[in-house]
Ligand binder design. Structure first.
Ligand SMILES: Cc1cc2nc3c(=O)[nH]c(=O)nc-3n(C[C@H](O)[C@H](O)[C@H](O)COP(=O)(O)OP(=O)(O)OC[C@H]3O[C@@H](n4cnc5c(N)ncnc54)[C@H](O)[C@@H]3O)c2cc1C
Length: 498
């Protein structure tokens, strides 16, 4: 089998890339390890999702101490975005420059915010982001407006917004890829971590891939797992080896786009080692698998004994008061946003709160997500032990996260919540994984250039969270999509010139 361009993985990076490449008329084949996520009662059941881990993969990774764990990393058409909270935030302008944090410093990006801005704008159009400008002081300049107004606060969240303002915070509407009427028409549940089986959430499948597959030159092969990239004699990638229905075959192409997600992309490059490339492909810098980042994050529950929270979805506001400052010497602390409304089932599954009490707590709680930047560290890494993935995540900048949680708790008490509880998210869910094949201008310290192209194999492009040089403290999906649009444009320009 031969295609002009083979894409590996149909998540946020791959699907967006496919949408941008499709109008070129090139023969594009997307190979995806998972299948379509079909509608079923479990897709809207908190018991199935949080209680039974119904959609989690039957896969085990090892942590840094060699302990096995079942990762919350999802393999379906559309990838992790099927489950995402659909918060589609831009990195802030400051995130593209070096920043001094409490736990160390971040490098700058090989591009500025202004370089990426047009692609952010286009990504917001593709994912039909609902949002509003001019309410968040940290929001960088946009060259155009959002085309859809924000998802409305539910009444109890409108009340909360006023309480937060009274407590000195500056809440703003979360930019969201959610068509709220369509989402609620299927079932009245939150969307955060609930898989999308229709068009209520604009995810990699319902937006990016749908746009790509409108073109006859694009096809999708599901249930096909890439096991190895095969380099040719000239160091270009010649083929990808896949396993489908137990059979192994090879697919050749002129260009390969690897978009398997930060952990799996690194694993595939490492698993493709040959005698000439003993450290794996694209790895002359020895950076593949290194600099793994995930956000430091906690759930913070504000309880008001006399007031119920009747919200269904809740997740409509954020506060960036501590995004750029707040540490003892003005260091950044992070972003605060609402979680999808937690239920007693969710709370009991994720914490030691007894089931009988959890329902009562959830009825009265307003549920926040505090998120702080994790800094790149070469020792925080993905490696392979035989076929087994080892994820040795070295958390960083934790002190800033603790301050963020403290600052939030203090403001919530001031806002009138006498009881505020917090709990850090566990390490088994690498939801915001990134950094394992970072971009940069220097081939000796990075894996790809600022267009995602491998410094070493010129027909290999990486288009997923692996290329992010920093994690910032915002949800990553929109930045992954914007980088894919930038990479696709470059790929078409350079291949047209050849
Ligand atoms: C519960 C949850 C909530 C989240 N909420 C948000 C949010 O609100 N906002 C936000 O910005 N981000 C959110 N995220 C993170 C966001 O979903 C990811 O950052 C984003 O989807 C990553 O895109 P990606 O292309 O890097 O990888 P993925 O989405 O993981 O896509 C990789 C794809 O490659 C496929 N694949 C993997 N290995 C192979 C292989 N060997 N062969 C073939 N195919 C392969 C996978 O099946 C998958 O489809 C959330 C994530 C989770 C889990």
């Amino acid at each position: 089998m031969h295609a002009d361009i083979v894409l590996i993985g149909s998540g946020m990076g791959g699907a967006t890339m496919a949408a941008a490449l499709a109008p070129s008329g090139r023969r594009i084949l997307i190979i995806e390890r998972g299948d379509h996520l079909r509608d079923a009662p479990e897709t809207r059941s908190d018991v199935a999702i949080f209680g039974h881990g119904h959609f989690r993969p039957k896969e085990t990774w090892l942590d840094g101490r060699g302990q096995p764990f079942n990762p919350g990393n999802y393999y379906y058409v559309g990838g992790n975005s099927k489950f995402y909270g659909a918060v589609l935030l831009r990195y802030r302008r400051e995130d593209f420059s070096p920043i001094r944090h409490m736990g160390g410093s971040t490098p700058g990006w090989p591009m500025s915010y202004d370089d990426l801005e047009p692609d952010y704008q286009a990504a917001e159009a593709l994912y039909q982001v609902r949002g509003e400008l001019d309410t968040d002081p940290t929001e960088p300049a946009h060259s155009g407006p959002y085309h859809h107004s924000p998802v409305p606060d539910e009444p109890d969240i409108a009340w909360l917004r006023q309480r937060l303002i009274a407590a000195g915070l500056h809440p703003s509407s979360l930019p969201l890829g959610v068509d709220i009427e369509r989402w609620l028409a299927r079932a009245r549940t939150p969307w955060d971590a609930f898989p999308n089986t229709g068009v209520g959430k604009l995810d990699a499948e319902s937006a990016g891939l749908a746009a790509a597959l409108r073109h006859d030159n694009v096809s999708l092969l599901t249930g096909a797992r890439a096991t190895q990239l095969i380099p040719g004699d000239d160091d270009r990638i010649a083929a990808v080896e896949i396993v489908r229905d137990g059979a192994t075959s090879r697919i050749a192409a002129d260009t390969f786009v690897l978009s398997a997600g930060a952990v799996q992309t690194a694993a595939l490059l490492l698993a493709s080692a040959t005698d000439r490339h003993p450290n794996g492909l694209a790895n002359a810098s020895d950076q593949v698998g290194r600099n793994f980042m995930n956000h430091n994050s906690s759930a913070v529950l504000a309880l008001h004994p006399l007031r119920r929270n009747r919200s269904i979805y809740q997740k409509t506001l954020q506060c960036n008061d501590f995004y750029l400052t707040g540490g003892p010497n003005g260091e950044p602390l992070g972003n605060i946003q609402l979680l999808g409304k937690i239920s007693g089932t969710i709370l009991a599954a994720a914490s030691p709160v007894p089931a009988a009490l959890a329902g009562l707590v959830a009825t009265h709680s307003y549920d926040f997500y505090a998120m702080s930047e994790d800094l790149p560290n070469p020792e925080s890494r993905v490696t392979l032990r035989g076929d087994q993935i080892v994820l040795d995540w070295k958390r960083s900048n934790w002190e800033a996260h603790l301050l963020l949680v403290d600052a939030l708790k203090q403001r919530l008490r001031r806002a009138g919540f006498p009881l505020v509880l917090s709990r850090a998210f566990d390490r088994r869910t690498p939801s915001h994984q990134c950094g394992t094949a970072r971009m940069g201008n220097d081939p000796s310290t990075s894996v790809v250039d600022s267009y995602g192209r491998s410094h070493q194999h010129h027909n290999l492009v990486l288009a997923d969270a692996s290329v992010l040089p920093t994690s910032a403290a915002v949800n990553p999906a929109l930045t992954i999509a914007a980088l894919s649009l930038r990479a696709a444009r470059r790929l078409l320009e350079t291949s047209a010139a050849n």
